[in-house]
Design a protein around this ligand. Structure first.
Ligand code: SAM
Length: 275
């Protein structure tokens, strides 16, 4: 039976947001999502642990950014809320920290809206990274404008989302976002990499890619050099672009400790010059 939160949503076409929710053990997914996700897991059995390693990177990146003075977060491709959401991590460190979540997926937006009801320091927008002008216009109007001030530095989080915008078109989109934000703003990226998944047999990789072709956002991996290009003109924080478990690890023993390359994902955080 269709739940209230699913009304009007195409539940027969798998969505990357809901497949990711399934990898993380969440309950906001449908049969078509689970079928597609199971096909990906059959090809890449590590995928649920890859998703966990990616979330752990996101949490560490937010803590690092707050420690670096960031008080505003724009989380694009934020997904369905799960444990350790950006606003929760940031507000634990500074209750004044502000967060705008943005996602394409209607279920992700509905659940984020429910979670954030009554929180004046966080909101959610449905917008598309592939339409940055429209996305920026939405950020400059209410309700987002009451939460983040684009004239002040923000951290733009593009965590595990850029591989859903394959090819050259992603570069001008990211550049448009970075042009629009204030000097001293930050960019945090995690990205599935060609090198990371090179250990897979070709048939396995092809069947994972095939499963994503049936979703609303087909996937396209990039090489390390192609991921580095998103940071052109930014000062990249130590330790640079590394496997997600290697990015400023904390005392938590997360997935792939000792074999970080198995995460398949590279991550970095960089800052736009302050003047
Ligand atoms: C793998 S999830 C990542 C969620 C979260 N950022 C994280 O790392 O835990 C990717 C998310 O990006 C969203 N997404 C994909 N393409 C997008 C686009 N063009 N614009 C906005 N969101 C997009 C999907 O709906 C999904 O929620």
């Amino acid at each position: 039976m269709e739940s209230d939160w699913a009304r009007g949503v195409d539940i027969d076409t798998p969505s990357a947001a809901r497949m990711y929710d399934y990898y993380l053990g969440g309950g906001h997914n449908f049969a078509a999502d689970r079928q597609a996700a199971d096909a990906v897991i059959a090809a890449i059995p590590d995928l649920p642990r890859i998703a966990q390693a990616n979330r752990a990177f996101l949490r560490r990146a937010v803590r690092f950014l707050v420690a670096s003075g960031v008080r505003q977060f724009v989380d694009v491709g934020s997904g369905i809320p799960t444990v350790g959401n950006v606003h929760e991590i940031a507000q634990q460190l500074d209750p004044a920290a502000a967060t705008v979540y943005i996602d394409l997926d209607p279920i992700a937006v509905t659940h984020s809206r429910q979670l954030l009801a009554g929180d004046p320091r966080a909101t959610v927008l449905r917008a598309d990274l592939r339409e940055p002008d429209e996305l920026l216009a939405r950020l400059r109007e209410e309700p987002a404008a009451g939460v983040v001030d684009l004239d002040q530095p923000v951290a733009v989080l593009l965590v595990s989302v850029l591989h859903f915008v394959p090819g050259e078109e992603a570069y001008p989109h990211v550049a448009a976002l970075l042009d629009a934000v204030a000097p001293g703003s930050w960019l945090a990226v995690s990205h599935s990499s060609v090198e990371g998944f090179a250990g897979l047999g070709k048939d396995d990789f092809d069947s994972a890619e095939e499963a994503y072709k049936k979703t609303t956002t087909p996937v396209g991996l990039r090489t390390r050099a192609e991921i580095e290009r998103f940071f052109a003109g930014l000062a990249v924080a130590d330790p640079g672009l590394v496997w997600v478990p290697e990015w400023r690890p904390d005392e938590t023993v997360g997935p792939f400790a000792g074999e970080p390359w198995r995460s398949g994902m590279l991550a970095a955080v960089g800052q736009k010059p302050a003047t």
